[in-house]
Design a protein around this ligand. Structure first.
Ligand SMILES: [Zn+2]
Ligand SMILES: [Zn+2]
Length: 405
């Protein structure tokens, strides 16, 4: 990471923002060629003798098998749980996958090791938490910033819910494995970082409008990660070791920043709500899922466009408090009008963001992901309802400025 874990913990201790910062329960984060050796050393140190390796077919081939060889050499007993894919060939974090893990896990296991991308992590995060056993993260692709999170987004009876579970106790990411990850997953990771342009703007806005807790340190850690990715765009696009290292570090650092705050405001704004809305529509239609980072890579420039072309002009023309708007919100909008303008002007243009995502090999138009323009239009009106307690600019626009009466 840009900052070491110890450094972040000590910065958080000295932070003057006035908000409580949560303890980071992650003991070690390693991103290197030597990650699996260090994982073996960590298991020795923890005296873990029996582990369950959770993977899917692809991630087992990519990393699970060589990890298991290592475990054998270390005389660590292990069982492997290969999550079955569904009828669309997708591995889904749903009740079936969780049940499979629980059924295949011996009762006396010391720890779980999640070997995979976001979905395998979420299945393991929840299953291990329910069994009151820690889990260790082995990311196989730099695809998402959720490896270190506490929450597990699960699909239960066809509906997506984020359920509080646990963060990993350690992360061991092997750079050779990460560099072999499919290009689409690397592009998705970059998309999840680009999303921080709008998530950070929405967070700042929510702080002004609704007194949402805000911390300059968490802001700094997140923007620093984003900027590192933009500065190394060429390397990430080339998929070389430097680029993959920077991207993985950025995703982990953004994840740690969320943990410090105990919520995801810094990393997830209206662009994430759009993505979740699309995902739910795909679930309803039983369509193949699209990578989370690919969706937010597309939704971020759409949100910037919407804020600059719809939200801002409407806000700057408002001369009196609309009926649907609370007086206090109105007053604050007036106080912060200049700051909001500045905030929106500080964002890169939608074209610039699309050029970045395209450079790294990601999709830039919703249609490329099978998302039709009508769904995009509907989501811009309704996606904020997925999270009504989040005072994003999209929420303000739809609930306070456009509503009648
Ligand atoms: Zn703080
Ligand atoms: Zn995300």
């Amino acid at each position: 990471m840009n900052q070491t874990l110890d450094n972040i913990v000590s910065l958080a201790k000295q932070c003057q923002c006035g908000h409580h910062h949560y303890d980071i329960s992650i003991e070690q984060i390693v991103v290197s060629h030597e990650a699996f050796n260090q994982l073996a050393a960590y298991l020795r140190y923890k005296q873990y003798k029996k582990v369950v390796v959770v993977a899917d077919n692809r991630t087992f081939t990519a990393a699970g098998r060589s990890l298991c060889d290592k475990l054998k050499n270390e005389s660590v007993l292990y069982t492997v749980c290969l999550i079955q894919s569904d009828e669309n060939e997708d591995v889904i974090a749903d009740e079936r996958a969780i049940m499979q893990v629980l059924l295949e896990t011996p009762n006396d296991v010391d720890a779980f090791i999640a070997v995979g991308a976001g979905t395998v992590h979420d299945i393991t995060r929840f299953s291990s938490y329910k069994m009151k056993v820690p889990f260790i993260s082995v990311p196989t692709a730099p695809s998402v910033d959720g490896f270190t999170s506490m929450g597990a987004p699960l699909i239960i009876r066809g509906v997506k819910k984020t359920i509080q579970a646990q963060a990993p106790i350690a992360v061991f990411a092997d750079t050779d494995v990460l560099c072999q990850a499919p290009k689409a997953m690397i592009a998705a990771g970059f998309g999840d970082m680009v999303a921080k342009y709008t998530s950070l703007a929405d967070w700042q806005f929510a702080h002004w409008m609704a007194n949402e807790p805000y911390c300059p340190l968490v802001y700094q850690l997140t923007i620093q990660s984003l900027n590192a990715c933009v500065d190394h765009m060429e390397d990430i696009a080339a998929g070389n070791e430097k680029g993959i290292h920077v991207l993985m570090d950025a995703l982990l650092q953004s994840g740690i920043a969320m943990l410090l705050m105990g919520q995801s405001y810094s990393a997830s704004g209206a662009e994430h709500h759009l993505s979740h809305y699309w995902e739910m529509e795909f679930l309803r239609q039983n369509k193949r899922q699209v990578l989370h980072g690919a969706k937010v890579g597309v939704s971020t420039p759409i949100i910037v466009e919407h804020y600059q072309r719809v939200f801002w002009p409407l806000l700057s023309e408002l001369k009196q408090c609309p009926k649907s708007m609370d007086e206090t919100i109105w007053e604050r909008l007036k106080i912060y009008t200049d700051s909001i303008q500045e905030l929106l002007e500080s964002l890169p243009s939608p074209e610039r963001i699309r050029a970045m995502v395209e450079k790294v090999g990601g999709a830039v138009a919703p249609q490329q992901l099978g998302i039709d323009p009508l769904l995009v239009e509907r989501s811009l009106k309704e996606a904020h309802r997925l999270r009504l307690n989040r005072f994003t600019m999209l929420y303000c626009l739809n609930e306070c400025m456009l509503m009648e009466g």
